[in-house]
Design a binder for this molecule. Sequence first.
Ligand code: GUN
Length: 295
Amino acid sequence: MPAKIIDGKAIAEEMRAEIKAEAQQLNAQHGVTPGLAVVLVGEDPASQVYVRMKGKACAEAEFFSDERKLPADTSESDLLSLIAELNADEKIHGILVQLPLPKHIDSSKVLLAIDPAKDVDGFHPTNVGKMMIGEQTFLPCTPHGVVQMLVRSGVEIPGKHVVIVGRSNIVGRPLMNMLSQKNDHANATVTCVHTRTKDMAGFTRQADIIIAAAGRPNTVTADMVKDGVVVIDVGVNRVEDPTAKRGFRLVGDVDFEAVKAKAAAISPVPGGVGPMTITMLLYNTIAAVKAKLGI
Ligand code: GUN
């Protein structure tokens, strides 16, 4: 049977419609417009694209969006003052500081300054700790998006062996935690493989579900997977392509065509995890509003 394509774009659209309906309801019943502040320091082109997409997604979902673009030489204390201002702003329910920050700014200090109740990225150590012990909190957007893709595609997670390729703080590590929790969207047996793993293929071949988040093309090839595997590809890598208009194209971490031939289901790049990250950010902002209203 040909592999089912796990269409992140379609799942994101479905979720964004639900989120927009919730935003409209919060407005009608409580007079509140969900507000998201996005802070960008410097001119990193990829970050500028993300921030533009976030602004557009907010407008479409009928959120209030406050974009703060600061020059690359902004001091750490000026950035901390802005965070304090946003923490105190009643119109703002969620604050996101786009990473990476310029080198002269201590990212940990900045993330720690965000009010945990407005930390819609789920990066504040308080929220990371709550996630770790299974308490309700903001879950980080990309890993939460991965779980939603599996759940909404009808992939059964409990009891399955999930192999995560990569151990980053943004994706691999939170996924290890989320998928091993005691709940219906988890209860998996989780293995994490990484650059220092001996015999990575020996582990990935045992996987019912592989989540590739290594940040390197062709990290997962067809010889490394069993028949019937489910694969979610979190990677976004630019590879040179002289035939492409921009001179490059985007590929994931998985050798898509060859792995697809063995898989039961697989997510593509682009059109897979990418559209889910901003969707989960909107989802967390709604959660922040509800928590503030006590509903
Ligand atoms: N840069 C790349 N991905 C992310 C993300 O999910 N959140 C933030 N704040 N910065 C990022």
